[in-house]
Design a protein around this ligand. Structure first.
Ligand code: SF4
Length: 209
């Protein structure tokens, strides 16, 4: 039998989840290399680099070693775009080791693995996403760019179940983006549009990885 394929990895590190509903929970992050998009506001351009090849067992060994020093119940596969690579064997190994699995994705590709928590972040200009995420997403994060419109938020709100929050996330450290996010949130409140939230990136505020 062939060994599982190696994955291209940028970094593996412990931190607090800084975004979305899981904000503040200790989490071990595995950043996969490569992305199929090139967002101008990308704050993880490190993931555009090639990364280094690692077998799933090597990645698991690092996760287990980190977990001894920084106990965490969650592992988060992030990027870049994790779904560009064959992550099934790694996802299975993470679950088998007893961790809960979060995957952060731009949602353009079909989800081919199981995860406890899909955190999706559709991107401009068209904010398109694979339809499988309508039911799977636990949260929809939108980076508040200059181009993000109320129309886009309302359109996405109409596509996802009411229980799935749409989270307005200002571009890190940009005051205009924070103001715009608050203003969009208020308009949604006043118009009776439910489950729209505001969230700053906790790890940026704390200046941790
Ligand atoms: S999808 Fe995410 S990782 Fe990829 S370029 Fe856009 S912001 Fe960066």
């Amino acid at each position: 039998m062939l060994p599982p394929p190696t994955l291209k990895i940028n970094e593996i590190f412990p931190s607090l989840q800084g975004e979305g509903l899981r904000q503040g929970e200790p989490t071990i992050f595995v950043r996969l290399a490569g992305c199929n998009l090139r967002c101008s506001f990308c704050d993880t351009k490190i993931a555009w680099k090639k990364g280094h090849p690692m077998a799933p067992e090597e990645i698991m060994a690092q996760i287990v070693a980190i977990n001894r020093r920084y106990p965490s119940s969650w592992v988060c596969l992030t990027g870049g775009e994790p779904l560009l690579q064959e992550i099934k064997p790694l996802a299975r190994a993470i679950k088998k080791a007893g961790f809960r699995l979060q995957i952060e994705t731009n949602a353009t590709l079909k989800p081919t693995v199981g995860a406890d928590w899909w955190s999706i972040s559709p991107k401009p200009p068209d904010y398109s996403f694979h339809p499988d995420f309508i039911k799977k997403a636990k949260e929809v994060k939108l980076v508040v760019t200059r181009g993000l419109s109320l129309k886009t938020i309302l359109h996405l709100r109409s596509l996802f179940p009411a229980a799935t929050p749409i989270i307005l996330q200002p571009q890190s450290g940009r005051r205009w983006s924070e103001k715009k996010a608050l203003s969009l949130l208020r308009i949604c409140q006043k118009s009776g549009v439910n489950n729209i939230r505001f969230s700053l990136q906790l790890h940026r505020l704390l200046q941790i990885p």
